[in-house]
Write a protein of this length. Structure first.
Lengths: 245, 246
């Protein structure tokens, strides 16, 4: 109910702002909805959304896997932490644009260069969060796994990963947001399709309606991922927590 | 050296710790254990009694293989199963009571598990998560977990500390029953003399830090007939020996 009110308030504000700023600068919700319908009917909307979503998923999984593994290692092994920390600081502070441009120059305007560029932007972020999680692992539970000799694989699966779950959820949530923002830039600069490409075209035509239509369509996709994937994962990972009755 | 018992070939556990020291935060070396030597025969229940902070937990961690940074030797059955009850229950909060036990004892059959939960009064709590248990219940789950693996060597680190007396007394009785029933080699660390004499075949007394074994007393009365009266004299002896060592 509160969410619904909040959404209604957003659309209401949009109407008023559009009325004040004029349709050219800020088209109203109805204009944007109509543009969305046209794009959907021609099939373009789904083509571009699909291309962007595929890049987001690939870059996200790559970055979470690599960043998670490195972050875990750095959290557990102090030599790895000391070795990796300067690199991490550099990567964290390297502007996304620099990585993207260099990736395109070195790798050509290819799909691989595009996805790698996005993943490299997200990796340091994943490392930082998962490293904190690995540092916070409870040595008391490690002792239990060792004394009862349950084996490395079972210890990882049942003792370590459940402790990391909140950190993985945090990295996933902030990572998804970061990845899709950077995917759009990558598409704008060097891909022939995707939401970022369409927005680039709309920018050249000064078509604010199209920009908003594509942006909102993708926001809706991300919201669906959040509601259908991230939140259920979190609920499952925290089902053992005692909730106030 | 304080050889408490000659380490025969038949010993299940053979401990020789020459020295164990910690690096204190101030940089000084803090000696915790000094010349500890004893052996456990198969099926024997031995308790280590000593004042708080004398290094009992450190010794148990060395025996459990959790701390390898000491001078000395340790002989355990090479691939013998170990069961341990830590000072805190140390359950995995994301697994139910049953799943906590099953994680370490995947092969335990359902009948044995049911019987174990029954003895420990946990039957009603099998589906609960540790966060929903009281400390007393959580400690019982930790006991169940250690027993479920049918260990060759059972290590108990003050398993009943911070429980109220009545409950601790009941759990001690349950533990005595389990130890008796499974005939398991057991090493129990405690600072509670009452607990020591109720459960042990042999009591080893430790001095304050750095801990050494100051006395060894076998208890020959069968566990079932250890009434307060029967135990009064040995308890008094232990108390006076401990006081003398302090």
């Amino acid at each position: 109910m509160v969410r619904f009110l909040s959404l209604a308030l957003f659309i209401g504000t949009w109407f008023v702002a559009s009325w004040i700023a004029g349709e050219r600068m800020l088209p109203g919700p109805l204009t944007v909805a109509a543009a969305l319908a046209v794009e959907a009917r021609s099939g373009d909307l789904f083509l571009h959304l699909g291309a962007t979503l595929a890049r987001v998923v690939l870059a996200f999984m790559l970055a979470m896997t690599v960043g998670g593994a490195i972050g875990f290692l750095m959290g557990r092994v102090s030599l790895a932490d000391r070795l990796g920390d300067p690199w991490l600081v550099v990567l964290l502070n390297l502007p996304a644009l620099v990585i993207i441009v260099l990736a395109y120059i070195w790798g050509g305007l290819t799909e691989i260069a595009a996805i790698l560029a996005v993943a490299i932007n997200k990796v340091p972020n994943a490392i930082v969060v998962i490293r904190e999680g690995a540092r916070a692992l409870d040595p008391a539970l490690d002792d239990v796994a060792r004394v009862f000799a349950i084996g490395r694989w079972k210890a990882l699966r049942h003792v370590v990963i459940p402790q990391l779950a909140p950190y993985v959820a945090a990295a996933a949530r902030s990572g998804l947001a970061l990845v899709w923002k950077i995917v759009l830039i990558v598409e704008l600069l060097g891909r022939p399709n995707g939401v970022g490409f369409e927005i680039g075209v709309a920018f050249q035509l000064f078509d604010v309606t199209l920009i908003l239509a594509y942006a909102l369509a993708f926001v809706a996709v991300i919201l669906l991922i959040e509601i259908l994937l991230v939140q259920p994962f979190e609920r499952r990972a925290s089902r053992w927590r005692v909730r106030p009755a | 050296m304080n050889d408490a018992r000659p380490a025969g070939e038949s010993a299940l556990l053979d401990v020789h710790i020459g020295r164990k020291a910690y690096q204190a935060a101030s940089g000084q070396s803090l000696e915790v254990l000094r010349d500890i030597a004893f052996a456990l025969a198969p099926g024997e229940v031995c308790t280590l009694v000593g004042p708080s902070g004398c290094g009992k937990t450190t010794m148990l961690r060395i025996i459990a293989g959790l701390d390898r940074n000491y001078e000395g030797t340790l002989r355990r059955p090479p691939d013998g199963k170990l069961g341990m009850v830590f000072q805190e229950p140390r359950l995995l909060p994301w697994r139910t009571v049953t799943d906590n036990v099953r994680l370490v004892a995947p092969d335990v059959d359902e009948a044995a598990l049911t019987a174990l939960f029954d003895v420990l009064g946990l039957t009603a709590h099998r589906a609960h998560y540790p966060g929903e248990l009281s400390l007393g219940l959580a400690r019982r789950v930790a006991l169940a977990r250690a027993f479920a693996v049918k260990p060759e060597l059972l290590l108990l680190d003050e398993p009943f500390v911070s429980l109220d007396n009545a409950l601790a007394q009941r759990l001690r009785a349950e533990l005595a029953l389990l130890v008796e029933r499974h005939a398991m080699t057991t090493l129990l660390v405690t600072h509670d003399i009452d607990e020591a004499v109720r459960l042990a075949d042999r009591v080893l007394l430790l001095s304050p830090r750095p801990a050494r074994i100051v006395a060894e007393m076998p208890i020959l009365t069968p566990r079932a007939s250890r009434t307060d009266d029967a135990m009064a004299s040995i308890k008094a002896t232990i108390a006076s020996r401990l006081a003398a060592a302090a």
